[in-house]
Write a new protein. Sequence first.
Length: 566
Amino acid sequence: MPGTSRMPISLRKSFNTVKRSRPSNTLQLLNLDLLRNIIFFLFVLRWTRRALWKLKGRGVLGTLAELYINVRRISYGYFLRLPGVRTRVRKEVDEALAKMQLKLMPPNATRYLTLPKEGWTEEVVRKELETLANMDHTRWEDGYVSGAVYHGEEDLMKLQTEAYGKFTVANPIHPDVFPGVRKMEAEVVAMVLGLFNAPVGAAGVSTSGGTDSILSACLSARQKAYVERGVTEPEMILPETAHTAFRKAGEYFKIKIHLVPCPAPSYQADMRRVSRLVNSNTILLVGSAPNFPHGIIDDISALSKLALKRRLPLHVDCCLGSFLVPFLEKAGFETEPFDFRLKGVTSISCDTHKYGFAPKGNSTVLYRTQELRAYQYFVDPSWSGGVYASPGIAGSRPGALIAACWASLVSVGEAGYLSSCEQIVGSAKKLADRLHDSPALAAELEILGKPLVSVVAFRARNLDVYDIADGMSARGWHLNALQNPPAIHVAMTLPLSKVWERLASDLEAVVEAEREKERVRIVEGKRAKGKASGDAAALYGVAGSLPNKSVVIDLATGFLDLLYKA
């Protein structure tokens, strides 16, 4: 029409195309917005759920206290990184490590850093072995060591050495090549299952030690939760006194750890806290029978009831109790329920190389069912080297150690273990009575909780307990220093049970000597509670006062490095 402008045909086509595509673009934008909203909602839901679990498990005050501790720890960590502070801390760590090196590496010792050009004769090797065996050390042979060596009698060691020699090259990964080792390993597991009243269908595996057993149980629980419940962010709940191997399992297998307080006077896990911490990500509950620090048996009956109610696995760490706890009742001592007779107990770790008297490198992990055991297996059906299957973390294992373990168990027998329980636990109770009844000791030392097995732990009321530990070290004793709270424990063994009275007498003398030092300090106005004098006082006194443990970690890492310095 005249006077009317018309849109060019090409532009009109483009405009129509845009109009037709607009609904499609709008739909895409709406879908993108919806996806963003869903992701944001899931993010908020996840962290809200975590926050609610935290408040439920720790309470408002507990959550705030935990936040304060974390902020303090992080802030102190930044402080330690300041240039001047970092240099001074590094200097002190290096000085401490230099002192350790002098103790671990005598300067006059001959060192062998390369292979000899020609192999030594047997006579030369034997002579050098004798020199190494007689290096200056704490006299475990005289019973001056807490734990570490649990039997040590010559006849049993001779039998173990003979058993080891017959199977030096044996490896249970080849059961067809070494059928005798397979038979002995299965029998060791069966014997230990019997000790812990395992039901029909129960199963187990032998391992290289308590840590290996605990790692295996945690791995089994994690895999079970993933396969059966789809748990991808696993968590486990354990008493703060539970063995640190559980924390190692948490780090290795990415399992979040919830530590539960074990307050005085019982020093058992706080069951109310355990119950509050359970959530849908929980894969395992843990109890000790007894725990390593204080020798206290947790309330396994209560843990069992909770595990049944919440349909969760319960692991009982009996590595230290091993062949003592099962014999307490028969030996006439007080005990508490702890084994598979409690329906909620699904796995138990037991060290045969402690009070089972087997050579070091032997332990077992036991399961209520074969299905639970299978969750710790590793099977690879497609490897180019062939179908591969192993029962645990290790592949090749020393069949000689299995043979020596089997020889120990059948040699000592039920009567022998009952007798050793009477002697070891009886001596631990006598030591506890001495601590309670002796005027010199009772006024200053306090036993932690009610120990029922072989460990007696005590703390000092007025003195620095680490000074007492150093005083005992100066008298040739090797005792265990504890922290949180500062304390010392004695793990009674057969060698130590023969000299426990000497231990008590030396303890009385050391306590009196420390009292006298304290009196002198007070008179001179130089009271220095928590000072760092000896090795134990220096390490634990400093560690306990630091909100951030990075310095202690550096010291411990340096110590581990020293172990491999030739």
